[in-house]
Design a binder for this molecule. Structure first.
Ligand SMILES: [Zn+2]
Length: 153
């Protein structure tokens, strides 16, 4: 690969990263707005139930909206995680501070961070735990190799 190609590739990578980041940030903001809207709807429903003559149980009123809120919160969490990953950062398991991916301990609260295992590491662990018969061993090795190649790409 010549220098021009390397630069082009790098520029494309940076552009892709910026686009993805913008998209994730937009998604987070949209979901936050949806959550705010749902809170209002929920409040209104509860008040309307309060002034009703035949009150229904609150659980019944809020259940569906709460499930939607759960889903939106989860989506925000996933988008945040991906944003951090794009910038080689992660979140502390304990205090939720933004820390470097390679940090083994949180610089803020000192909590030990367990590294998320890669597909390859998980596969290798499984291989080590299992009792593979000699005739299957070669096949297992091939799968392991392929996973490793995939992991490095
Ligand atoms: Zn922490």
């Amino acid at each position: 690969m010549n220098l021009f190609n390397i630069i082009t590739k790098r520029t494309t990578e940076v552009a892709t990263k910026i686009t993805r980041e913008a998209k994730l940030k937009m998604e987070i903001n949209e979901n936050k707005a949806k959550i705010k809207e749902l809170y209002e709807i929920l409040g209104k429903k509860i008040y309307e139930n309060h002034i009703r003559e035949n009150k229904i149980s609150t659980d019944e009123i809020i259940q569906e909206d709460c499930l939607s809120l759960d889903k939106l919160s989860k989506e925000i969490e996933n988008a945040r995680k991906e944003l951090l990953k794009l910038n080689n950062k992660k979140m502390c398991r304990k205090c939720f501070a933004e820390i470097e991916t390679e940090d083994n301990f949180c610089p803020r609260c000192g909590e030990k961070q367990t590294q998320e295992k890669t597909v390859f590491e998980k596969a290798e662990e499984k291989l080590q735990q299992s009792e593979i018969l000699p005739q299957n061993k070669k096949e297992a090795e091939i799968v392991k190799e392929k996973l490793e190649q995939k992991n490095n790409n």
